[in-house]
Every structure is written in C-alpha cells, then in structure tokens.
Design a protein around this ligand. Structure first.
Ligand SMILES: Cc1cc2nc3c(=O)[nH]c(=O)nc-3n(C[C@H](O)[C@H](O)[C@H](O)COP(=O)(O)O)c2cc1C
Length: 251
C-alpha cells in the first residue's frame, strides 16, 4: 500500500474531515487513517458442495493451499484461552499436526497458556491467510498429549530450540536479556556444548518434563472465504451426536 504524503493528512484535517474515526489513529501523520484502510475481497468463493465431510481433512486441504500460495507461517494460529476468572487471553502458536482427532500444538505446560488450559480446557483457534482471503475458526477442548507423543515431536526439533525449551521459563518475569542468555548458556553446557539454532532437525536432547503439547478436539470449525461487498461465505461444521452438521452463517 502506498503511503500518503504528510501534507495530505494535514489537508484533510484542515477541511474538517476528521481522518481518525476509531481509536487514537496512527502514530505518524504520514500514515493514512486506519479507518481508511480496507481491501476488496472476492478472488474466490465457497459453496457447501466444495467442502468434504470431515472438517479436519478440509483444514488440511486449506493448509496445503496456504503453503502453496506462499503465505508466511501458514500453520501459525491464534490460540485463545481463558483464565480462572473467565478473562480471555490470546497468542500465536504453530499448528504442528492435524488429523481426524484434532489439531496439535506445543509449549510449556506451566506457561500462562498451559496454566489457563489446565484450569479451563475450552479453547479457540483462528488461522488467517491474507493472500487466499481465508480464515478458519475452531472451538473445542484441549487435551494434554501423552509423553510419548511429546517426546517424538521434541526429538525432531533443532538442537538450539531444544536447549531454548530447557532454558526459558516461558511466561515468567526475568530481570533482563542477559539473564535469559545465561540460562541458555547454562542449559547448553549441561547438554554438552553451545548450539546454533539452525534448521537442522533432531538435536539429540529429550523434552523437559515441564514442556508438552495439546490436541484440540474441535466442536465447531468454520471456513470463511472473503467475498465482495462484505458478503463473505461462512460455512461452519458443528459436531452433533450423529456426526458433523454443516450450516451457512451470515457474514
Ligand atoms: C509465529 C509464532 C509462532 C509461535 N509458536 C509458538 C508455539 O508453537 N508454542 C509456544 O508455546 N509459543 C509460540 N509462540 C510464542 C507465543 O506467541 C507466546 O509468546 C508464548 O507461547 C507465551 O504465551 P503465554 O504466556 O500466553 O503462555 C509463537 C509466536 C509466534 C509469533
């Protein structure tokens, strides 16, 4: 998107056309008002007949499309949890597997997300692929993965990430960056040397006991395709005792 020249915004302001309709607006006057930013969707459409019987297979197909379309981090997803008071929290995690039983991700069991899931296993996931104008929303219950499954995945991680998992007290306050680097160096020394965080798989270090993973068993899965005039296609699978039911939702 091209940037508006500085004077453009000032001129609009002088004409009394408030450039900021919502919130405080952009920090720089060279940036057009956020309220003016919009894009036209409509590269594709989505009909019920195009969707398979199983939403997890459908998600796999859309993930493959996203990878092929060159989306960055096509398996990145927002994971929403709630704390004991019911206040929501959200962060990005990577989808590491998808299959008939659900969607798998990993992290520290005693992180904020880990503690929240332990107290309330109901979670929501959201994936967005801007190039494809697609979104998938999932609601369901998170179940801890068995240790064997955690161990198998952890074994495939690069050595640097393995050491990082041992070293970082995820979600806890730390005094400064140096303290984190010291924790890393100490963990690296413990496992026989400093590692580089390359892309090479399988660093030969086992998973820390406080590190784990979850599988989200979905109760609803919505496939969203952007369309013109905001008349987007929304098709949602809902789990019933007789299998999945597909409903179309208004955009
Ligand atoms: C692209 C991306 C991928 C990430 N993947 C993961 C992940 O798979 N697991 C994880 O624990 N954190 C991941 N993070 C970091 C989380 O967003 C978050 O900072 C961390 O899990 C701590 O969150 P919490 O304090 O709510 O537990 C990722 C962040 C980004 C931006």
């Amino acid at each position: 998107m091209s940037r508006a020249p500085r004077g453009w915004l000032v001129a609009r302001m002088n004409e009394g056309q408030s450039p900021v309709l919502f919130g405080e607006g952009p920090a720089s006057s060279a940036t057009p008002p956020w309220s003016s930013l919009r894009r036209t969707f409509g590269a594709a459409s989505l009909a019920a007949g195009e969707l398979g019987a199983d939403p997890m297979a459908q998600l796999e197909a859309w993930l493959a499309d996203a990878l092929e379309a060159g989306e960055l981090d096509p398996n990145a997803m927002s994971l929403a949890t709630a704390d004991r008071a019911g206040r929501p929290d959200v962060r990005i995690v990577l989808l590491k597997a998808v299959g008939p039983r659900g969607i798998v991700f990993f992290g520290r069991l005693d992180s904020a997300k880990g503690r929240q899931i332990a107290g309330n296993p109901h979670v929501a996931l959201c994936l967005y692929w801007p190039r494809l104008e697609r979104q998938v929303r999932i609601r369901g219950r998170a179940h801890r993965l068995p240790r064997a499954e955690v161990g198998s995945y952890f074994a495939t991680r690069p050595r640097g990430s393995q050491i990082g998992a041992w070293a970082s007290p995820q979600s806890r306050p730390i005094p400064d960056r140096q303290a984190l680097e010291r924790l890393y160096d100490r963990a690296a020394a413990r496992f026989g040397g400093v590692a580089t965080d390359g892309a090479e798989a399988g660093g030969g270090i086992s998973a820390p006991p406080y590190w784990g993973g979850w599988r989200v068993r979905p109760s609803s899965v919505e496939f969203w395709q952007g369309r013109r005039d905001r008349l987007h296609d929304r098709l949602a699978y809902r789990r019933t005792h007789r299998g999945w039911r597909l409903v179309r939702l208004a955009p």
